[in-house]
Write a protein that binds this ligand. Structure first.
Ligand code: NDP
Ligand code: ZN
Length: 351
């Protein structure tokens, strides 16, 4: 079978591979629609997960089941399915302990385009189909539903990590597709004043549509100063970090009220340490909690998030700025994600 792959750090191309083998609990799926992710860019061009050779890329897909193992109960060939980016081993002790995303080791629930071939192939393998797939509701546009693989669950997980409550003042730092879903999630969770930090005009417009009350442009000066001025020196109850760099942590702590909470889903790609400003962190006694995590995955979560789309509470399809038709366009879509033109939020490839 054919797939679009990472050949080595900084190199991509089309390759031929053996068809994956379907174990008794697993499924083989062919993609219906896929999307490249900022993480694919970190993987290939920054060597974020180390070197990989001839590994098919991609972890965001909806697809059609082609084959199921003998022990799979709830899915059959022909079913249209949502495929989460994170596909844990549900029998692992980590999953039993509530941390499915770390099943088998830290971050090891992330298998596609990390420990095995991803979804940019003619076929891909899904472990534990009953636990990891969800039926795609007929009413959902497959292109929009691809956002359920990663952007929706990751953005919303940032909101869960920050534990946003009714009436909280919230700042979402970064409003690419992940942060936009954090803005939408914080609004659904009952945020009152909702600051969104970014600069690209179409992201800013969409952040407002998803519920941001104030836009902060980090290119206009220190975001802490801007938030402090707008909150009359009070700061915010919650911060979700979905963009920025290593210094963003320090800014998040600075703008957080004592007792506040930071939810980080941003990938920290460089440096050996994360900066925590000592005094602003209350010299260690400020009750400013930092939580950072990978989204948990799993069928139940996928079904629940799909129901947010079915009921019209969440429309991630608005983030799709570039649509391609045809398998061969995976390459174009990935390169678009790498180059990030100003009008890009998220590309999708319909196969
Ligand atoms: P984007 O690159 O599309 O968005 C990044 C956002 O951060 C943009 O709004 C950008 O602003 C903003 N930004 C950039 N620099 C700064 C700065 N110095 N201060 C404040 N804001 C800044 O990324 P994605 O939305 O695709 O992904 C966000 C992050 O989430 C990535 O690191 C990705 O790897 C990670 N991720 C994590 C996952 C998880 O499970 N934890 C899963 C998927 C992704 P501008 O408007 O100027 O572009
Ligand atoms: Zn992704």
């Amino acid at each position: 079978m054919k797939g679009f792959a990472m050949l080595g750090i900084g190199r991509v191309g089309w390759i031929e591979k053996e068809k994956p083998v379907c174990g008794p609990l697993d499924a083989l799926v062919e993609p219906i629609a896929v999307s490249p992710c900022t993480s694919d860019i970190h993987t290939v061009w920054e060597g974020a997960i180390g070197d990989r050779h001839d590994m098919i890329l991609g972890h965001e897909a909806v697809g059609r089941v082609v084959e199921v193992g003998s022990l799979v109960k709830d899915f059959k060939p022909g079913d249209r399915v949502i495929v989460p980016a994170i596909t844990p081993d549900w029998a692992s002790l980590q999953a039993q302990g509530g941390y499915s995303m770390h099943s088998g080791g830290m971050l090891a629930g992330w298998k596609f385009s990390n420990f095995k071939d991803g979804v940019f192939g003619e076929l891909f393998h899904v472990n534990e189909a009953d636990g990891n797939l969800a039926l795609l509701p007929d009413s959902l546009d497959p292109a929009a539903a691809v956002m359920l693989s990663d952007m929706v669950p990751t953005g919303l997980h940032g909101v869960e990590l920050a534990d946003v409550q009714f009436g909280d003042t919230v700042c979402v730092i970064g409003i690419g597709p992940v942060g936009l879903m954090s803005v939408a999630g914080a609004a659904i969770r009952g945020a009152s004043r909702l600051f969104a930090v970014g600069s690209r005009p179409n992201c800013v417009e969409l952040a407002k549509e998803y519920g941001a009350t104030d836009i902060i442009n980090y290119r206009d000066g220190d975001i802490v100063k801007q938030v402090m001025e707008l909150t009359k020196g009070q700061g915010v109850d919650r911060v979700v970090i979905a963009g920025g760099d290593n210094d963003t942590f320090a800014q998040a702590i600075d703008m957080l009220k004592p007792g506040g909470r930071i939810g980080n889903v941003n990938y920290l790609g460089s440096g050996d340490f994360v900066k925590i400003p000592r005094v602003e962190w209350g010299c260690g006694m400020g009750h400013k909690t930092i939580a950072g995590g990978l989204m948990p995955g799993g069928r139940l979560r996928m079904e629940k998030l799909a129901s947010l789309m079915e009921t019209g509470r969440l429309d991630p399809g608005k983030m799709l700025t570039h649509r391609f038709e045809g398998f061969e366009n995976m390459e174009k879509a990935l390169m678009l994600m790498k180059d990030k033109p100003k009008d890009l939020i998220k590309p999708v490839v319909i196969i």
